[in-house]
Design a protein around this ligand. Sequence first.
Ligand SMILES: CC(C)(COP(=O)([O-])OP(=O)([O-])OC[C@H]1O[C@@H](n2cnc3c(N)ncnc32)[C@H](O)[C@@H]1OP(=O)([O-])[O-])[C@@H](O)C(=O)NCCC(=O)NCCSC(=O)C[C@@](C)(O)CC(=O)[O-]
Length: 266
Amino acid sequence: MAGTAEVLAKAERFPGVRYPVLVPNQKGLDAVTSLLAQNPASPPLTDEISIFTAATDAFTRANLNTTTAVSLERLAPVTRAALDQGLRVRGYVSVVIACPYSGPVDYARVRDVAKALVDMGCYEVSLGDTVGMGTPAQVSEMLEEAKKSVPVERLAGHFHDTYGTAVSNVLTVLEHGIRTIDASIGGLGGCPYSPGATGNVATEDVLYALQGSKYHVAGTKDGTIDLEQMVDIGWWISEQLGRESTSRAGRAIRARRLREQQKAKL
Ligand SMILES: CC(C)(COP(=O)([O-])OP(=O)([O-])OC[C@H]1O[C@@H](n2cnc3c(N)ncnc32)[C@H](O)[C@@H]1OP(=O)([O-])[O-])[C@@H](O)C(=O)NCCC(=O)NCCSC(=O)C[C@@](C)(O)CC(=O)[O-]
């Protein structure tokens, strides 16, 4: 968390793109507030914070050094203060399917924690399969429970791809009415307290899977994004970070291009 302000101050920003900042507590909000005060800009460096907790005490202890109930008590005034400053607040519930420390998750806890985050002022709650073990059947069951307390329009899907089910889980939650999906280019991401978990579902893989579907990508000219360009970006950032892209579509398209180059040489 300590380097957040430095990263944000150096990030190149583009109109229409949001740059939410992960804020675990009041100190995190204070860092954002002072950064905005020291760097007045229009549009501001950020207009949104993301607060986070989990569906199990065991994960919240690892991630926030407290229980879920205490984290919610601490985050309520942080959310009010952020809203008072005109910031948007997004919430995350981690480990909505399985917890790396306490095993299978009670979906009623997901329901109740998501409701607590909405009640304190989050405009949206992202449901995170942090360990990436969820199957479409489990995700469906969890979502049916969460929808009992939070309208589906206020929910988002956040899937890590450890067991290779993230894209199918994305398609599952879309069928349930969720319209916001967290994804990362090249499959980057991951939580330091989720041992063995891979990064988030790759943006390239979600885009590939949505091709020909009834879903369109919001904020784009024709509802699509140039997948070939996204693949280039996924490989570029992965190489900057000294890693391989974990995007299946990214790897397949790179391999296809290599075959085409070899064929052209013949
Ligand atoms: C929250 C704490 C700090 C509590 O940790 P703590 O030890 O209870 O906090 P503390 O108040 O005792 O402070 C300990 C030290 O941290 C400092 N500190 C205190 N707060 C901050 C802050 N906001 N920013 C920077 N520094 C901070 C504080 O100043 C102090 O520094 P010292 O005096 O020892 O030099 C710790 O548990 C922590 O850093 N947690 C975050 C861990 C993390 O980065 N998790 C990954 C986030 S992403 C995620 O969770 C998954 C998600 C959301 O993406 C979705 C999903 O996949 O599920």
